[in-house]
Design a protein. Structure first.
Length: 253
């Protein structure tokens, strides 16, 4: 197998949550470009139609299922749909997530729990459902955030806590499932990327953050998607339990 062949995903089936917009769309299309069929999950089912069309336009098969990852039964249903449609699940990308910018003195229990329930608990329910059917050689990638490692100058206690929890979850699942099931589990920690989340930041915030970004710019979704393809492909067959920061150097600035 050549080096470039190690990045191919031909014959594999990938499940991507949070696939209705932003980075989820970039992940789904990158996996399709690498050769995978893709099963798409998100709460906004109407917006999954466009993602499914983008995957199919690349010559791959796609299935879209309305999914709320905070509900374990929805997570199991998404995996069941993948097995029903394609007979297997080889890749899981836990991308579904929401953010919160509530000051810690004002954030309600309901607001905090919602973020943790989707970002952290949802990643666990999805991983649990997928691992039950994944064959040896499969890969799970949990999408964390650079805010699991550094602060971003915004009041994001719930978001940061949930994304830090994902790093611990990743390590533990790797130590359980890599030797026991042959499933690699890793995490991505993105920095600032153009997305719906960055579009919602206050005017001037991104400019103020640039001195902390060694690359001097916001990342493009395709750059993060390329890192994802590495983590789910045979190119990273000896990588498990790790966190790959893709942040232009923000975490060391």
């Amino acid at each position: 197998m050549s080096v470039l062949d190690r990045f191919r995903l031909d014959g594999r089936v990938a499940v991507v949550t949070g696939a209705s917009a932003g980075l989820g769309v970039a992940f789904a299309t990158a996996l399709a470009e690498a050769g995978a069929d893709v099963v798409l999950g998100a709460r906004r089912a109407d917006r999954l139609v466009a993602t499914r069309g983008a995957v199919e336009a690349l010559g791959r098969r796609a299935v879209a299922v309305r999914t709320d990852v905070a509900k374990p039964e929805d997570c199991r249903a998404l995996i069941d749909a993948a097995v029903h449609a394609f007979g297997r699940v080889d890749i899981l990308v836990n991308n579904a997530g929401i953010s919160s910018e509530q000051p810690a003195t004002e954030e309600t229990p309901e607001q905090f729990r919602e973020v943790v329930d989707i970002n952290l608990n949802g990643s666990y329910w999805m991983a649990q459902a997928a691992a039950a059917v994944m064959p040896p050689g499969s890969a799970i990638v949990n999408v964390s955030s650079i805010l699991a490692l550094v602060t971003g100058g915004l009041p994001q206690a719930a978001y940061s806590a949930s994304k830090a929890g994902i790093l611990g979850l990743t390590r533990d699942l790797a130590q359980q499932w890599t030797p026991g099931k042959g499933i690699r589990v890793n995490a991505l920690a993105p920095g600032l990327f153009t997305s719906a989340m960055t579009d919602g930041y206050a005017e001037g915030y991104l400019d103020a953050m640039m001195p902390r970004v060694l690359s001097g710019r916001v990342g493009q979704p395709e750059e993060l998607a390329a890192a994802l393809v590495f983590l789910v492909s045979d190119a990273s067959s000896y990588v498990t339990g790790t966190t790959l920061t893709v942040d232009g150097g923000t975490h060391i600035a």
